[in-house]
Design a protein around this ligand. Structure first.
Ligand code: GAR
Length: 208
């Protein structure tokens, strides 16, 4: 059974999708043992508690120095020593030491089809605002491994979602979550837990 730690900052609907997938055995070889939030008021923390999952808060606002915030986070992660770390709406950039310590063990869900609308400054609603501004007819979500390039790690799964004429960023965000993120994030975690994924030359291969 793989030990999963989920990092969150906000509403935690992706965490909710992971919890449900564990409960109804869509994720069979994994268990969420810890949820860490960068925001003490995140609703995601309530979701974790309701599912009887251990929680920790490393409050980003308590640290003027981003390095000290990362020190504390690394300390919590080393203590837990998970097999997989999932960034599920985690709005802070992890530093090199964390990425190196947990190489190829950290994954992230991003609300666009990477490489579009990704990288520094593209997070949350901003991603959907940029997609609408560009006038793309399809967008979607991506689950990828985390490396030192923001949103630049090997891609595990992607799913496409249509954009409609009268979409607002909020409407589009909801469609991308419902039709893409909440499906591909648990699926990617399940694939990793069953050791069906390998990475070669920055490309993910999935065993079928
Ligand atoms: C999700 O849309 C997630 O893809 C996005 O923030 C939202 C969090 O929602 N993450 C990023 O933009 C990271 N770059 P949630 O808290 O309800 O899961």
């Amino acid at each position: 059974m793989k030990k999963i730690t989920v990092l969150v900052s906000g509403g935690g609907t992706n965490l909710g999708a992971l919890i449900s997938a564990c409960q109804n055995k869509k994720i069979q070889n994994g268990k969420i043992s810890l949820v860490i939030s960068s925001n003490p008021n995140a609703y995601a923390v309530e979701r974790a508690k309701a599912a009887d999952i251990k929680t920790a808060v490393v409050d980003r606002k308590q640290y003027s120095d981003v390095q000290k915030f990362n020190d504390r986070l690394l300390q919590e992660l080393k203590k837990e020593n998970p097999d997989i770390i999932v960034l599920a709406g985690f709005m802070c950039i992890l530093d090199k030491r964390i990425i190196e310590h947990f190489e190829n063990k950290i994954i992230n869900v991003h609300p666009s089809l990477i490489p579009s609308f990704s990288g520094k400054g593209f997070y949350g609603l901003r991603v959907h605002e940029a997609a609408l501004k560009r006038g793309v007819k399809f967008t979607g979500a991506t689950v990828h491994f985390v490396n030192e390039i923001p949103d630049g790690g090997p891609i595990i799964l992607q799913k496409c979602v249509p954009v409609y004429n009268n979409d607002t960023p909020e409407i589009l965000q909801k469609r991308v979550m419902e039709q893409a993120e909440w499906l591909i994030l648990p699926e990617a975690v399940s694939l990793i837990c069953s050791e069906k994924i390998n990475i070669k030359n920055n490309i993910v291969n999935i065993e079928v």
